[in-house]
Design a protein around this ligand. Structure first.
Ligand SMILES: C[S@@+](CC[C@H](N)C(=O)[O-])C[C@H]1O[C@@H](n2cnc3c(N)ncnc32)[C@H](O)[C@@H]1O
Length: 211
């Protein structure tokens, strides 16, 4: 029996789309700069940890489960460089962004449906999302993907590698980063393998902006 841990949500039930108006004012008050984005941020703990360590960077997280957002996000409201939203990533990317400001995107343990074909439509990482990422990533910007589901990783890897440049070596071995997500900590504590890769925006994508 698999040791993986699964909870169930149907993201398509959430029709909330984040817009640039939701974050631009706070971003300008912060002084602008690069943005790091967490898609499916859960309780927001991971992004809050990064925000505390990197005050010059502006962080935005989006989580589809309203109950999680209402219960946990308020505790981080004093961090001036962090905004956490309840909303559906698939209705918000790329329209919520304002130009190519996103330097890093985290897609960590993005959905609980694994390889089950009947849940395919519910998956966060699909062609539209990856195409959207290609239009919001800043030059040199990266997307980081992690999951404990090998089949799902292989599908996401194929989609992302098609449009972005896969980086040959992980930026850091799994578990060694200064801040880990809730699910990564859980996997580490149970010795569950994590499949991880980073992808960089191809310079050729920027040429399309000019043409
Ligand atoms: C398995 S949890 C992982 C949470 C966190 N990233 C971590 O690594 O601990 C996946 C999260 O993605 C959220 N999610 C799934 N699809 C989403 C979507 N379309 N928009 C926003 N959040 C989504 C789920 O509600 C859930 O909280």
């Amino acid at each position: 029996m698999s040791k993986r841990i699964r909870r169930h949500v149907d993201p398509s039930q959430c029709r909330v789309a984040i817009t640039a108006e939701d974050w631009l004012q706070a971003y300008r008050s912060h002084g602008g700069g690069e943005i790091w984005l967490d898609l499916g941020c859960g309780k927001g703990e991971f992004l809050a940890g990064l925000a505390a360590l990197n005050p010059a960077i502006f962080f935005i997280g989006v989580e589809v489960r309203r109950a999680i957002a209402e219960k946990y996000f308020h505790q981080y409201k004093d961090l001036p460089n962090l905004l956490l939203f309840h909303g559906n990533v698939n209705l918000s990317i790329p329209s919520m962004m304002d130009g190519r400001k996103v330097r890093r995107v985290f897609i960590h343990f993005p959905d609980p449906y694994g390889g089950k074909p009947r849940y395919r439509k519910r998956r966060m990482v699909n062609e539209n999302l990856v195409e959207g990422l290609c239009t919001i990533l800043a030059p040199g910007g990266t997307a980081s993907v992690k999951t404990d589901d090998q089949a799902l990783f292989e599908e996401m890897d194929a989609l992302l590698s098609d449009r972005l440049e896969p980086l040959p070596i992980p930026a850091a071995p799994p578990g060694s980063e200064p801040v880990l997500t809730e699910w990564e900590k859980e996997c580490l504590s149970k010795s569950i393998p994590v499949y991880a890769r980073e992808y960089r925006l191809k310079p050729s994508r920027l040429l399309r902006d000019i043409v």
